[in-house]
Design a protein around this ligand. Structure first.
Ligand code: TEU
Length: 527
């Protein structure tokens, strides 16, 4: 059997720190809170937690606007709390992955304060400054991903600076060697403190065209979409020079044993897989967001499974994601019943699964009233459904008034169903999605074929998706009913039903055929 690394064998769990567990009553989650809840993560069977940014920040973009890469925001705790978190996690066999935000800082970062102070400042070239395009016009047509132009005028030095996101998030100039060195020092700072790897924010955006050419118009743009999509980000994303930087980040992490580099990359499959790098010396895991983007039916999912497997470079390790802090929750998108099928899919596909906190309890998006909006994506372009607050609400731990999350006023509202949908209640309910998640993760541990095996025989029959995992004489058949109607007489190899999303059904012999209930998925061990 191939000797796999922990990040190949394991399951990753994303924690959005503001919403996991508050320990001091300010209504915002923090590091001591995460420590308190580590046992939940361990009992679930998780191998690594990825924590969204915890660095000091004015929180214009909730931590993705950093003022100090080598410290912890007071609202989350202290460096000492962080060291304790790493120690407590490691003691439980859990790895810790940090969110690294290299593309941009906060405007309040000392580097930017220096950079904007004068054109002659040594840090001027740490950011992307351009003259007006004549008569105060913008330097070119580049657009911010949070609405409006990507250029912000600085009256003191009479130039524009570039920001891919908010104007409070100026992009660093990754063509400048001093920037690279400073950022690699940041990686070393955390690696020395024992972190097990990084999820790198917007890895595909780090380099912009050095000739600052206009982006072409997107002929497929539909009104109602984010204004950023009016143009194709041809000159502002996925530039060829980015790969040298990914390789450098990888070589920094490789100077420490057994660390992982994960890239946040929203690109079509064939471009995504180039981020594994030349000779696989790029990101270990370029995040695969295909399941977030594809239509939820058997044919579309079969297609992405096959395209992804076919596109993976030789030796590259796959991975799959169902949700994150930027996207509608899977249980809202598909409904509670289909969320269980999605769990079975995620945990039986070939490659490392990432679970977003709350998915294990079937947590749904929480409606946010206009006066409760926090996310700048919603504030800047209201009403388009771009707000990300709904998927970032507090984790409900128990049935008490504030769900065990805080003793104060939660920074975002709790779901109306939290008295029913919470960790404690679902733990007690034998058929719950939480227990399904546990059983699925246990099964991954018990059946090495789910980790090491190939993925074969992907077939579609109506809205049933069927595939096999194989290794030596081990053979598991997975059949998922993506429809809300019962499906009869599905042909299956003779075998034993190991697990169904309907937890009452197990151990049955499946003699050549089986029926699937509405929204049911099954795993059959061939005999
Ligand atoms: O997100 C990158 C990204 O592309 C987002 O624009 C995403 O597509 C958007 O939120 C719409 O769903 C990363 C972080 O995950 C996000 O939270 C940050 O706001 C962003 O980078 C800037 O750092």
């Amino acid at each position: 059997m191939q000797d796999l690394k922990w990040w190949q064998r394991g399951v990753i769990y994303q924690i959005y720190p503001r919403s996991f567990q508050d320990s001091d009553g300010d209504g915002i989650g923090d590091l001591p809170g995460i420590i308190r809840r580590l046992d939940h993560v361990v009992t679930l069977g998780i191998d690594a937690i990825w924590i969204s940014p915890i660095y000091p920040s004015p929180m214009a973009d909730f931590g993705y606007d950093v003022t100090d890469y080598c410290n912890v925001a007071g609202v989350f705790g202290s460096l000492a709390d962080f060291d304790r978190l790493v120690a407590e996690a490691h003691r439980r066999g859990l790895r810790v992955i940090l969110d690294f935000v290299p593309n941009h800082t906060s405007t309040e970062h000392p580097w930017f304060i220096e950079s904007r102070s004068s054109r002659a400042n040594p840090k001027r070239d740490w950011y992307i400054w351009r003259d007006a395009g004549g008569e105060g016009a913008l330097p070119n047509n580049w657009l911010s991903r949070f609405g409006g132009p990507a250029w912000e005028w600085d009256g003191r030095t009479n130039q524009y600076y570039y920001h891919s996101f908010l104007k409070e998030q100026p992009d660093l100039n990754w063509r400048n060697p001093a920037v690279k060195q400073a950022m690699y020092d940041v990686l070393r700072f955390w690696l020395d403190r024992g972190v097990d790897g990084f999820r790198v924010d917007v890895l595909w955006l780090l380099i912009k065209d050095d000739q600052f050419r206009d982006n072409p118009v997107n002929p497929g743009y539909l009104p109602g979409e984010s204004s950023h999509d009016r143009l194709l980000p041809f000159y502002t994303a996925n530039r060829p020079e980015v790969h040298a930087i990914v390789a450098e980040m990888r070589s920094v992490t490789d100077t420490y044993p057994d660390r992982v580099l994960i890239g946040e990359i929203y690109l079509p499959i064939e471009q995504l897989v180039t981020y594994y790098g030349h000779d696989l010396k790029g990101a270990h895991l370029p995040f695969n967001f295909q399941l977030l983007q594809t239509a939820w039916n058997a044919a579309s999912i079969a297609q992405i499974m096959e395209e992804y497997e076919a596109a993976l470079p030789h030796g590259a390790w796959p991975n799959w994601v169902l949700g994150n802090h930027d996207k509608e929750r899977i249980a809202s998108k598909l409904g509670s019943a289909q969320a269980r099928v999605a769990a079975m899919l995620l945990l039986t596909l070939r490659g490392t699964p990432t679970i977003y906190y709350g998915e294990e309890i079937g947590m749904k998006d929480v409606p946010i009233a206009p006066e409760q909006v926090q996310d700048p994506a919603e504030k800047n372009e209201p009403g388009l459904g771009l707000g990300r607050d709904p998927e970032r609400t507090p984790m409900p731990w128990d049935g008490s008034l504030l769900a065990g999350f805080t003793s104060g006023e939660p920074w975002l509202p709790l779901g109306a169903d939290h008295a029913r949908v919470n960790v404690e209640a679902l733990r007690e309910s034998r058929r719950s999605i939480l227990n399904l998640y546990r059983r699925l993760i246990d099964l991954r541990r018990d059946k090495p074929v789910l980790t090491h095996g190939s993925i074969d025989a992907v077939t579609v029959q109506g809205n049933i998706l069927r595939y096999e995992r194989r290794q030596g004489d081990q053979r598991l058949v997975i059949a998922l009913n993506l429809a809300h109607e019962r499906a009869r007489a599905l042909s299956l190899p003779a075998g034993r039903l190991l697990l169904s999303t309907d937890l009452d059904r197990a151990g049955e012999d499946v003699g050549g055929s089986a029926s699937l209930g509405a929204d049911e998925g099954i795993i059959v061990q061939g005999t």
